[in-house]
Write a protein that binds this ligand. Structure first.
Ligand SMILES: [Zn+2]
Length: 328
């Protein structure tokens, strides 16, 4: 019997190998916590584990059998998925626990995938602890989160942690060309901008709005750094209404400022935001190391604050007012 999780997950070879071996030897932990940046492939990995556990083909998962197709379509009765952006409340955990207590309909396992578990309220996280402490033999819990920092230590300590790292641009480029038939030049460009996130690259290929929004967020950030108090408060109000998660904006700005830092230090590593190379070089030359480091520290602090559900507008206002005014 073979398990080939890497067929459905791009990059993260060590993680697919480890999980495939664990499933093969019957030693898969009943509670797995997959951490890493948004769009790295955490939920895809969790779903692939669910497929491997339920697949009826010889080489699992196949993606073709009835069980695999139901899981891919999100309607397998024994694989429960919660992956929206809303806060995860205690009532949802109670319903989940009831579902998990029932005998599986079509397989030997009941799998629950709780994506972005950082959105769980303290009450919900505490409620889940009971299931983590005394899981029924047929239950597998797969949690995902940006990092372990925002989770209750009691949750983290009861899970096996798989921490996903950014995927090499060459792997993302190959994914885009082979699976999505993206022309070579575009695939290379998107793989650079993706900053290690295969899911982002695929989304940017499928939806032109993703690239357009990215360009706008960068141009707006550069403009607002040249502006004063009034412009900054107005822009904070605009960002407060943006439907995208704050991390999508802040991760982009962080990657841009890391490019500025690399250029400032003349590090030869390839730039992520190659399309704004001229502006990056201008900022790298015009600013001191300390100024660049201060901006990066502010962005990281803001990202951290959002993890604790601080008011969106207030958080952006604080960030923008704390950033230096740059006459570049
Ligand atoms: Zn299958």
């Amino acid at each position: 019997m073979g398990y080939q999780l890497e067929k459905f997950v791009f990059g993260h070879g060590w993680a697919t190998d480890l999980l495939a071996r664990a499933i093969d030897t019957g030693k898969l932990s009943q509670s797995v916590l997959i951490t890493g940046m948004p769009r790295l492939g955490k939920t895809t990995l969790a779903r692939t584990v669910a497929m491997a556990l339920n697949c009826t083909a010889a080489e699992k998962p196949c993606g073709q059998c009835a069980a695999c197709r139901k899981i891919l379509d999100g309607n397998h009765p024994d694989v429960l998925l919660s992956d929206d952006d809303d806060a995860l409340k205690i009532e949802e955990i109670r319903t989940l626990q009831h579902d998990l207590s029932l005998t599986p309909h079509e397989s030997s396992h009941k799998v629950a995938i709780l994506a972005n578990f950082d959105r769980a309220t303290t009450g919900a996280a505490n409620a889940l602890l009971k299931t983590l402490e005394e899981p029924s033999a047929h239950v597998i819990l797969l949690l995902t989160a940006r990092s372990t920092e925002q989770l209750l230590p009691t949750i983290v300590s009861r899970c096996q942690n798989i921490n996903l790292r950014p995927v090499a641009p060459a792997v993302i480029e190959q994914l885009l060309q082979q699976q999505y038939h993206v022309p070579a030049g575009t695939a290379q460009h998107l793989s650079r901008l993706a900053h290690g996130r295969p899911g982002w690259a695929v989304q940017a290929h499928q939806n032109p709005d993703v690239l357009a929004r990215r360009s706008e967020w960068l141009a707006e950030m550069i403009a607002v750094l040249r502006g004063g108090y009034v412009e900054r408060l107005a822009y904070a109000a605009q960002l407060a209404k943006d439907s995208q998660p704050p991390a999508a904006i802040l991760d982009l700005w962080l990657s841009w400022w890391r490019d500025v830092l690399l250029a400032h230090n003349r590090v030869s590593a390839p730039m992520v935001n190659v399309d704004t190379e001229d502006t990056i070089r201008q900022f790298a030359q015009g600013l001191s190391q300390a100024q660049i480091a201060a901006v990066i520290a502010e962005l990281k602090k803001t990202l951290h604050n959002f993890d604790f559900n601080v008011n969106r507008r207030l958080n952006f206002e604080t960030l923008l007012l704390n950033l230096p005014r740059l006459n570049l």
